[in-house]
Design a protein around this ligand. Structure first.
Ligand SMILES: Nc1ncnc2c1ncn2[C@@H]1O[C@H](COP(=O)(O)OP(=O)(O)O)[C@@H](O)[C@H]1O
Ligand SMILES: [Mg+2]
Length: 314
C-alpha cells in the first residue's frame, strides 16, 4: 500500500513548452514549470523578461502560440471561463475605473461573483485602505492603487492568486504589510504566484522561484538550492584583527579563500562552525575579541549576477 504524498498530487499550475511571440519579439520562448498547492512561487526577472506574458497566459487572458497550460486542473487556453471564478488576479497595469471610489470599485467587483468571498470592509481593512474608502481611484497614489488592485484580486477568496509585481511603487511599510498578506494566504492554504524584480522579496516570501530572462527560465528551485548550486562557501566576516597573519587564516578549517576589504576580514569557508571556532581561538591567543563577527551567505542577487553577468536592477 502506498501513502499518497503532496508531490504526487496534481500541481496547481503546470506549464510545459510555452511560447508566445509578439511579431519578432519572442516574449516567452519555451517556458516550463510547476507550482504545488499551498505554496508561494516567484517568477523573477528584469523588465522585458516575459513574466507578465507568462502570467497572463496562465490567467486565461492571453492565448499562447503553443504550449500546455493547466491551472487548477483546467486547460487555461481552451477553458478560461471555467478558471476565472477560481483565481484572483492583480494586474500590473490595472484599469480601476478612475471615477469610482475605493468602496464602489470593491462593491462592483464583488458583484461579479455570486456568493461567498470577502466583504468590502474586510478587504479594506486587510489592505489598509480605511482612510481612502471614499477616494476616487484616479486620486490614489501608486502604492495605494497597488493595494486596491491586490484587494480586488482577493474579492472571490480565490484558491490561486496571481500578483504581478505587487509591491512596485509601494513604500517599505506597505511592502512589508503586503508580505504579511501573502504569507497569510499561504497559511490559509491558498497558492500564490507572484512576479517581482525585488530579489529580497522573493527570498522572504517564495517557497520556490524561477529566474527568467529573455523569455527563458534560467534556473528553478528553492532559494537555498539556487544559491548553494552556485556558491559552495559562506563568508565569515569580522573586523580585521592586527597580528593575525594571512597564512594562519588560510589554514583555518574549511577556508577556501581570504579577503581583506575596508577593515573587514572575509573568510570564504565550507565549514562555518569550524572557521568561527578557529577565529575565536586565534583571537583569544592574542587577548582580543573579534568585533562584528557574522556570517553572510550568497544571495539571490549574487545568483542573478552570476547567471546573467548583470545586476537585476540598475
Ligand atoms: N502587447 C504586446 N505587444 C508587443 N510586445 C509586447 C507586448 N507585451 C509585451 N511585449 C514585449 O514582450 C517582451 C516581454 O514582456 P513582458 O511579458 O511584459 O515582460 P516582463 O513582465 O517580464 O517585463 C518585452 O520585450 C515586451 O516589450
Ligand atoms: Mg511585467
Amino acid at each position: 500500500m502506498s501513502i499518497p504524498t503532496a508531490a504526487a498530487a496534481e500541481p496547481v499550475i503546470r506549464v510545459a513548452g510555452l511560447h508566445k511571440a509578439y511579431g519578432e519579439t519572442r516574449a516567452v520562448d519555451g517556458v516550463s514549470f510547476e507550482v504545488q498547492a499551498g505554496t508561494i512561487f516567484g517568477l523573477l526577472g528584469p523588465n522585458g523578461a516575459g513574466k507578465t506574458t507568462t502570467v497572463e497566459v496562465l490567467e486565461g487572458l492571453r492565448e499562447p502560440d503553443r504550449g500546455e497550460v493547466r491551472v487548477l486542473g483546467v486547460d487555461a487556453v481552451r477553458d478560461p471561463d471555467r478558471l476565472k471564478p477560481r483565481i484572483g488576479v492583480s494586474l500590473q497595469t490595472a484599469a480601476l475605473y478612475p471615477k469610482l471610489t475605493v468602496v464602489e470599485v470593491l462593491d462592483l467587483f464583488r458583484g461579479f461573483y455570486h456568493l461567498g468571498g470577502r466583504s468590502t470592509d474586510e478587504l479594506i481593512s486587510l489592505m489598509d485602505l480605511g482612510e481612502k474608502r471614499t477616494t476616487r481611484t484616479q486620486n490614489l497614489s501608486g502604492g495605494q492603487r497597488q493595494r486596491l488592485s491586490v484587494a480586488l484580486a482577493l474579492v472571490n477568496d480565490p484558491e490561486l492568486v496571481f500578483l504581478d509585481e505587487p509591491t512596485t511603487g509601494m513604500d517599505p511599510a506597505a511592502r512589508r504589510a503586503l508580505w504579511d498578506v501573502v504569507l497569510g494566504l499561504r497559511s490559509a492554504g491558498r497558492t500564490v504566484l507572484l512576479t517581482t524584480h525585488y530579489l529580497e522579496e522573493a527570498e522572504v516570501l517564495c517557497d520556490r522561484v524561477a529566474i527568467m530572462d529573455h523569455g527563458h527560465i534560467l534556473e528553478e528551485g528553492t532559494v537555498e538550492e539556487l544559491v548553494s548550486r552556485r556558491f559552495k562557501e559562506r563568508a565569515v566576516r569580522f573586523d580585521t584583527i592586527d597580528g593575525l597573519p594571512e597564512e594562519r587564516l588560510a589554514r583555518m578549517p574549511g577556508v577556501a579563500s581570504v579577503k581583506h576589504e575596508d577593515g573587514d576580514t572575509l573568510l570564504y569557508t565550507r565549514d562555518v562552525a569550524g572557521t568561527i571556532g578557529a577565529v575565536l581561538d586565534a583571537a583569544e591567543g592574542l587577548g582580543v575579541e573579534p568585533a562584528n563577527l557574522g556570517v553572510r551567505r550568497a544571495t539571490l542577487e549574487d545568483v542573478f549576477l552570476d547567471l546573467t553577468g548583470r545586476a537585476l536592477r540598475d
